[in-house]
Design a protein. Structure first.
Length: 364
């Protein structure tokens, strides 16, 4: 079998956060970027991948077309691990993180989709799982910086039977409002790297009364693992991080530093399924729980669902709490029942994207 073609699909799909106004400058936008990858083979099997592209869609697509595609044409797509290794080796000059690794990640996901389809198995079966686990979902809210908006969205998530809810707030007033609405429901707070270590310590200690399940990425820069480790010893709230880390080497450094209670690799960033599998093994050896980062609505979400199915303790799975004008896959995939995600039957990732949605929302 040989790879005969690679295409990228750059999409922008409008979405709603569910509230009319927001004081926050967090991701000030009303459309979300997608960079999907379609890989064709000479025996008619097609694989679909997903490269991280929020606010960086064009450079990611260009990296795929001009840096990655020439290196994989004519290769046997079943040699997934070897292709991943060669891509990382040959493209290391352009960076081991960011755009280059996003591009490799998306291609890797598409190759695993081909491998599973060729074997007539679901991806989770290829990864060693029967796919029978029930994965707890958590609602990952937008950043509103508005007490009424936080209360409204927390109530909505609670009414939809989410048993865990994550905020993206940085002020005490919103965290307090969420706790008052949610009662005993576990709350996580993703702060997106805003503070120095001292600022983070003061803030987290000030939030202690709200009994948070974790505080996510409290320090800038995110790769300051020593700072995160020190913060863990200075506060009582568990620390989560990892969505901005790339490759298993970064996660090993993170674990060696004892920087996190929960590790959050993102399959569209770390180097794809191949690299994510390595991170699972390293996390198990260090006794660190993985809570996969998955605010996605394309192949990256499906790949994450299959990956966590393959873990002995799959943790929780994130559902970004926005609603799209159109969905690439059936909306039911992203709609947990009674707060639980279940994997869908089907070979490979389980679904191929709706070609009509791709045509309607492709960036001209």
């Amino acid at each position: 079998m040989k790879i005969t073609n690679l295409e990228t699909y750059e999409l922008q799909i409008p979405f709603s956060t569910g509230v009319e106004t927001s004081a926050s400058d967090f991701l000030k936008q009303d459309t979300l970027d997608f960079c999907l990858i379609k890989i064709d083979t000479d025996i008619g099997i097609t694989g679909w991948g997903d490269a991280f592209s929020y606010n960086c869609r064009k450079p990611v697509a260009e990296a795929i077309k001009h840096m990655v595609k020439p290196l994989i044409m004519g290769k046997n797509p079943l040699d997934v691990k070897q292709i991943n290794f060669e891509l990382q080796k040959k493209l290391h000059l352009f960076g081991r993180y960011g755009i280059t690794m996003f591009a490799i990640s998306g291609v890797d996901i598409a190759l695993w989709d081909i491998l599973a389809k060729h074997s007539n198995l679901s991806l989770c079966q290829i990864l060693g799982s029967a796919g029978s686990k029930e994965i707890p979902a958590y609602a990952s809210l937008w950043r509103y910086e508005d007490i009424e908006a936080v209360q409204d969205r927390c109530n909505h998530a609670k009414n939809l039977s989410y048993k865990y809810i994550k905020l993206h707030e940085i002020y005490k007033s919103e965290v307090k409002a969420a706790r008052e609405v949610l009662g005993d429901i576990p709350i996580m707070v993703d702060t997106n790297c805003p503070w120095t270590r001292d600022q983070a310590r003061q803030t987290i200690n000030d939030w202690e009364e709200y009994n948070l399940f974790w505080v996510e990425e409290p320090i800038n820069p995110p790769e300051d693992f020593e700072g995160l480790s020190n913060l863990r010893t200075e506060t009582f709230t568990p620390i989560a991080a990892g969505e901005n880390a790339c490759t298993s080497f970064e996660f090993k450094k993170m674990f060696e530093a004892e920087a996190v209670d929960y590790a959050q690799p993102s399959v569209t960033k770390v180097g794809g399924i191949t690299e994510f599998k390595k991170i699972i093994s390293i996390a198990e050896s260090y006794g660190v729980q993985i809570m996969a980062h998955s605010p996605y609505f394309g192949p990256g979400f499906l790949a994450t669902l299959h990956l966590v199915q393959s873990m002995p303790n799959p943790g929780f799975l994130e559902r970004f709490f926005i609603d799209f004008e159109a969905y690439i896959y059936p909306k039911e995939i992203f709609t947990p029942k009674d707060g639980i995600f279940k994997i869908s039957e089907g070979v490979g990732l389980g679904f191929d994207p709706d070609i009509h949605v791709l045509k309607d929302y492709i960036v001209k």
